[in-house]
Design a protein around this ligand. Structure first.
Ligand code: MD3
Ligand code: FE
Length: 221
């Protein structure tokens, strides 16, 4: 029987709390989850970037990454000719990375718990900045010391098409649109799946302007 009553009994309405989309066995998109936090997030983000500004990194293969990067928390991610790694000092300032602000940590911990990962204790938050045309090629995140902790990502600004692959680079990918305020949690069996971001389309976000900023919280050390 079609109509509104039938819709209530559709599979996804039965299995998913409102606004939560399952994209893998242990991965969820929490639509708009960060929106109530934005007014606290943006000043915190500004403070971090004043201390450790965005910079474009060069991959070990000699390519300049199109997304610019910063970090906060005890560990930050860097890339250079010798390879990728987490460091406790920002190589640019030779100072510790900015501390992870409580409101950022709280958002990530609550989102992880909502996706079933209790006791998430992130020690690194990578901050990626994409302008139009910037992308992130398909890769795995395996510089963290252990893989039992999830990764939590917060999307801000311009929309992106996220590519979610499998455990082999050649596995087919699903495309997932991510918008301002969306939070994604990946963990467990999905933690080492290949993923990437398609080139960002030109645009002007009313709050964030001509860019997308993505925060990813990890337990790296
Ligand atoms: C899925 N960033 O910084 S966030 C990255 O939107 C990165 O800036 C993308 O990939 C971005 O490494 C995607 C999400 C993400 C991070 C880690 C994952 C997705 C993941 C690990 C496993 C599976
Ligand atoms: Fe990644």
């Amino acid at each position: 029987m079609p109509g509104p009553t039938a819709d209530l009994f559709a599979d996804d309405a039965l299995q998913q709390p409102a606004g939560r989309e399952q994209i893998g066995d242990e991965s969820y998109v929490l639509r708009g989850y960060a929106l109530p936090w934005i007014d606290r997030l943006l000043p915190a983000l500004r403070g971090i970037l004043a201390q450790s500004p965005f910079r474009q990194m060069v991959t070990p293969g000699g390519f300049t990454m199109s997304a610019a990067l910063s970090s906060c928390g005890a560990l930050g991610w860097t890339s250079a000719h010798h390879g990728y790694r987490y460091t406790s000092l920002d190589p640019r300032s030779q100072q510790p990375w900015p501390a992870m602000p409580d409101e950022l940590r709280e958002l990530a911990v609550l989102a992880a718990a909502d996706a079933g990962f209790i006791d998430f204790n992130p020690d690194a938050c990578l901050i990626n900045r994409y302008v139009a045309g910037a992308k992130m090629s398909l890769h795995q995140d395996k510089n963290e010391r252990r893989f039992d902790a999830p990764v939590v990502s917060v999307s801000l600004g311009l929309p992106a098409i996220f590519l979610f692959g499998g455990h082999e680079r050649s596995d087919k990918t699903q495309k997932i649109s991510l918008f301002h305020g969306d939070v994604v949690v990946w963990g467990g069996v999905d933690r080492l799946r290949f993923h990437g971001v398609m080139p960002i389309k030109e645009g002007l976000h009313p709050i964030m302007g001509p860019q997308r900023i993505n925060l990813t919280f990890r337990t790296a050390g």
